[in-house]
Design a binder for this molecule. Structure first.
Ligand SMILES: *Cc1c(COP(=O)(O)O)cnc(C)c1O
Length: 461
């Protein structure tokens, strides 16, 4: 394909996406497809002969859109948002076209320097003091894995990487039961194991009890185990619960334990100063993750990991074989030394575009709207005779259930998602099947949320 063709088809791709986004409100949020339907439309084997782009593009339009769960749909209320704002899409087109590999400063000077600056913009945007630096990881799962690996290596005196884990002490990581599955997975990958992810008791508000954390650490020390780190959650995935960050981090500090805050979703809301009480004390953390690829609209992959002192993480992950040495440069940052992967995309560009195109005031207004609309939706559903609110709004997330019990709640969410007006997901809360309602889609307007609520009211009977 020459550049003339590339230009033509790339323009077609932009036209397609603009039309797709324009038409989203007319589509169901979740497709009405059965497993295997898309696979049945794809040839079983790759072509030997080159095919014309016109055919490829036509097949794309025929096969793909009907099989999509439309994450950018303004009435998408499931999971947490995975927003892609228009400004982010434009930056991603550019990053895709220039396609630099950002493992070292030397392989991508502009990208590396912009990454450092964008992390610092985010630090300021969420109100953290100077002194934090950081990097842009692909996902919060990776950010948390980096923190857990650093906890492990610090606790082992950096012997895990050299000697392996066999014969080392029994490492212990502490988190509340509201923690995200990525923390569990990080403990698997780090060789720490499920049984050593200590679930610390929570209070009536589903927040970690500081005295229970202190007691768990003391019991482990008495048993000869190796406490390694504490993870506080701010805006947990199930119902949006948050730990008392200041008290938890005080304990971590007093115990000499590395600390990490998982604020993948709610951390973005900290751009609103009036909401920062939620993570009061965050400046004491060693590591913090927040995902611009959720609420902020800088699309995947864009997870900011802030580090009070990157030295421990770089010591854990910074491998520098001969072929990665860059001669004569000691002052530079090579971000591949801050993460498991070597190769990295130019992730900072979309953050730069988003922060400038919407401005912090624009993004704050969006988040404040979402929180207000979620509160209004909650009040409407509360007044429905067949529905009850199970957990109150935390930022823009609340949960509800059908008053007739679990079977009725299951039937209701199935009916809602088949209807297509909106799309919701469920969680188990204290052994109870509940439906989550999360406002956060970048293009959502008040009328979209009201239409979703009306559909739920209608289907609840
Ligand atoms: C979304 C989320 C994650 C996982 O984020 P990824 O970037 O998809 O890995 C982790 N923790 C919390 C609290 C989340 O909301």
């Amino acid at each position: 394909m020459d550049n003339e063709h590339y230009r033509h088809w790339a323009h077609r791709a932009v036209d397609f996406t603009a039309d797709y986004l324009d038409g989203l409100r007319e589509r169901p949020v979740r497709p009405d497809v059965a497993p295997g339907e898309t696979a049945a439309l794809l040839p079983a084997s790759p072509p030997d002969e080159a095919e014309p782009m016109a055919e490829i593009f036509a097949d794309f339009e025929r096969i793909v859109p009907g099989g999509l769960t439309n994450w950018q749909h303004p009435r998408f209320l499931a999971y947490f948002p995975a927003n892609a704002s228009r400004a982010s899409m434009i930056a991603e087109h550019l990053a895709t076209g220039i396609a630099v590999q950002c493992m070292l400063w030397e392989t991508s000077p502009a990208a590396t320097e912009m990454e450092a600056r964008m992390v610092d913009w985010m630090r300021q945007a969420v109100g953290l003091p100077e002194g934090f630096s950081g990097t842009i990881q692909d996902t919060a799962s990776s950010s948390t894995l980096c923190a857990v690996l650093t906890m492990r290596e610090r606790a082992l005196g950096w012997r895990g990487n050299t000697q392996g884990l066999s014969g080392q002490g029994r490492l212990r990581i502490y988190a509340s039961p509201q923690n995200h599955s990525s923390i569990r997975k990080a403990c698997w990958i780090a060789g720490i194991g499920d049984e050593n992810l200590v679930s610390v008791e929570t209070d009536d508000n589903f927040a970690m009890k500081p005295e229970a954390l202190r007691a768990a650490i003391a019991a482990d020390r008495a048993a000869g185990h190796l406490p390694a780190g504490v993870i506080a959650v701010v805006g947990g995935t199930g119902i949006g619960a948050s730990d008392p960050v200041a008290e938890v981090l005080e304990i971590a500090r007093a115990e000499g334990l590395y600390s990490h805050i998982d604020a993948a979703w709610a951390g973005i809301a900290m751009i609103c100063p009036e909401l920062r009480a939620l993570w009061q004390g965050a400046e004491m953390a060693d590591s913090i993750v927040l995902n611009p690829h959720k609420w902020l609209g800088a699309q995947a992959e864009c997870s900011v990991q802030l580090l009070r002192d990157p030295a421990d993480q770089v010591r854990t992950l910074g491998l520098r074989p001969d072929y990665l040495q860059t001669l004569g440069q000691s002052e530079i940052v090579n971000f591949s030394e801050w993460s498991p992967a070597l190769g990295r995309r130019f992730r900072a560009l979309k953050l730069w575009f988003v922060l400038r195109a919407y401005g912090l005031d624009g993004l704050r207004a969006m988040i404040r709207n979402h929180i207000g609309w979620a509160e209004a939706a909650c009040e409407r559903l509360r007044s429905h005779p067949k529905l009850e609110i199970v957990t109150e709004p935390r930022l823009s997330l609340f949960t509800f259930a059908h008053v007739d019990g679990e079977d009725a709640t299951r039937a209701l969410i199935e009916a809602i998602n088949r209807d297509g007006t909106t799309y919701l997901t469920q969680t188990m809360h204290e052994g109870r099947f509940v439906i989550r309602f999360v406002v956060g889609q970048f293009d959502a307007e008040e009328a979209d949320i009201e239409a979703a609520v009306a559909a739920i009211e209608r289907l609840a009977g």
